[in-house]
Write a new protein. Sequence first.
Length: 102
Amino acid sequence: MAATKAKVAIKPLEDRIVVKRTEAESTSAGGIFLPESSKEKPQQGEVVAVGPGKQLDSGERATPDVKVGDIVLFGKYGGTEITVDGQEVMILRESDILAKVN
């Protein structure tokens, strides 16, 4: 899967990450066409913006484990969906991200 360089006009705060979902598959594994109404939203996306990191008790910032362009997996019900500049994106806490895809 090729990463697309999507730009968003928002800057997340603290340990929040902005993710653009990947496109839902239009055919099943067996080659059957899936209508728009039966597609599930993918739980995978590309990181398009990263906050500065969570502020620790010591006053320092924890460095986020993800960076712009990373492909990540996240929970089905995590985050908040918003529309920015006509693009649907999700804002997640870094702890809502389950894994990075290599």
